[in-house]
Design a binder for this molecule. Structure first.
Ligand SMILES: O=P(O)(O)OC[C@H]1O[C@H](O[C@H]2O[C@H](CO)[C@@H](O)[C@H](O)[C@H]2O)[C@H](O)[C@@H](O)[C@@H]1O
Length: 389
């Protein structure tokens, strides 16, 4: 099948951020959210990425989007006494104001658990920037042993899945835990438990076996794009090979073009090459991640749909006694936050050390806070279970 045609490729952010919070049931909102109004002086200016038709790199403003796509590593510095170094009090002030809108999931832990009482929690997490810190070399984004132990423990108590932009195999190599469910390629490659109703509803869902020989449902809604993705991967590798620091990553149903290690004066060149290659592939689209351009098939599927798919596979979708929690740091995670927010289903938790607009309800500053949150979930659950004995 020839998937090419002559339309203009579209440059999109993964999810437009809904500004209104009224769609969220008040019982799900932290106290400071219900009808949040920022008083004068507390207003934040949060940089938004540009969206639009992919035109010329320099004229369309998407070079700006490339520039603003990842907060500097240490924008907010911790200090033992009050949490921030005094030298950056303005940044710290902006962060604290932002926390009023996206309260810390650690500080609000009791409130979250209050809502979770009597409910079954299902946990979904992104990988890069959530379970592992952002590093310069994508091949070295290792998870710490402590984080692995925390994820392993949490998965003993709650159904847990990782939904990553990476290939499913790659994220499994990094995490190495058999007790989780994995979705790669931004949710376009999912292994979930066998459930007949799910395979009946999704034509591309087939019965398969996982690495341990266990029967599973394998769902790859973009399978037909594989030859096209491989073609684009080769072209992108070829045209960026002379740009120092550029790296093209094969994420199976998606391709990432990293420019984190490219001298800023060549970023537009990276963007222009991606643009030129994509001109011939209108059925592929481009999104911005953290110092990365992500190319993926134009299909009606994203991390939000992957969450719903996994909930269905686990027999947990549309159940009043289920509380899904999704933790992620990147633009593509917004789709998942949105699904939970709009369906009044559960909590999105944004991992960010810098203020940014999000569909999440809570926030955590960095992967170390994610680990604390996971440990707190385990403690809460084990003490709840003990109290029942
Ligand atoms: O959905 P995710 O699991 O968050 O995947 C999004 C991208 O993550 C990776 O890139 C990011 O992390 C790298 C390692 O820390 C970093 O070097 C890079 O700058 C970040 O953008 C992954 O390598 C990409 O393929 C994913 O698209």
């Amino acid at each position: 099948m020839d998937l090419k045609s002559n339309h203009t490729p579209v440059l999109t952010d993964a999810a437009p951020v809904t500004k209104s919070r009224l769609g969220v049931h008040s019982s799900l909102l932290p106290y400071s959210h219900a009808g949040t109004t920022f008083t004068h002086g507390m207003l934040l200016t949060i940089p938004r990425k540009k969206t639009g038709i992919l035109e010329d790199v320099r004229s369309s403003g998407w070079l700006d989007a490339m520039k603003s796509s990842s907060p500097p590593a240490r924008k907010i510095t911790k200090d033992v006494g009050h949490g921030f170094a005094s030298s950056d009090s303005e940044t710290a002030g902006a962060y604290f104001s932002w926390l009023l809108k996206y309260p810390s999931a650690l500080a609000s832990f009791d409130q979250i658990m209050n809502y979770a009482k009597g409910k079954r929690i299902a946990l979904f997490m992104d990988y890069d920037g959530t379970l592992s810190p952002i590093v310069d070399n994508p091949d070295c984004a290792f998870m710490s042993d402590n984080m692995r132990a925390a994820v392993k423990k949490v998965a003993e108590y709650f159904p847990t899945a990782i939904i990553s932009g990476r290939s499913r195999d790659k994220v499994y190599q990094f995490v190495g835990l058999t007790e989780l469910y994995y979705a790669g390629s931004h949710g376009m490659d999912i292994i979930g438990p066998v459930r007949q109703s799910v395979s009946d509803n999704h034509p591309n869902c087939i019965r398969s076996t996982d690495k341990q020989g266990k029967e599973v449902n394998l769902f790859q809604p973009a399978a037909e794009f594989l030859p096209m993705i491989n073609e684009v991967l080769n072209s992108l590798e070829e045209c960026t090979k002379d740009i120092k620091g550029a790296k093209v990553e094969n994420n199976k149903f998606c391709v990432s073009v990293h420019y984190r290690n490219v001298d800023e004066k060549y970023w537009d060149l990276v963007g222009q090459h991606v643009h030129d290659v994509l001109k011939g592939y209108p059925r592929l689209r481009l999104t911005h991640g953290r110092k990365v351009l992500e190319i993926r098939p134009v299909i009606n599927w994203d991390k939000g749909k992957a969450v719903t798919f996994l909930l269905e596979s686990l027999g947990l979708n549309n159940c009043d006694d289920v509380l899904p929690i999704y933790i992620g740091d990147d633009q593509t995670d917004e789709d998942a936050f949105k699904v939970l927010r709009e369906g009044n289903k559960g909590y999105g938790i944004l991992v960010s050390s810098a203020p940014k607009e999000s569909n999440a309800i809570y926030s955590l500053r960095d992967p170390s806070e994610v680990m604390e949150f996971l440990k707190s979930l385990v403690l809460w659950k084990s003490s709840t279970l003990k109290s029942l004995i």
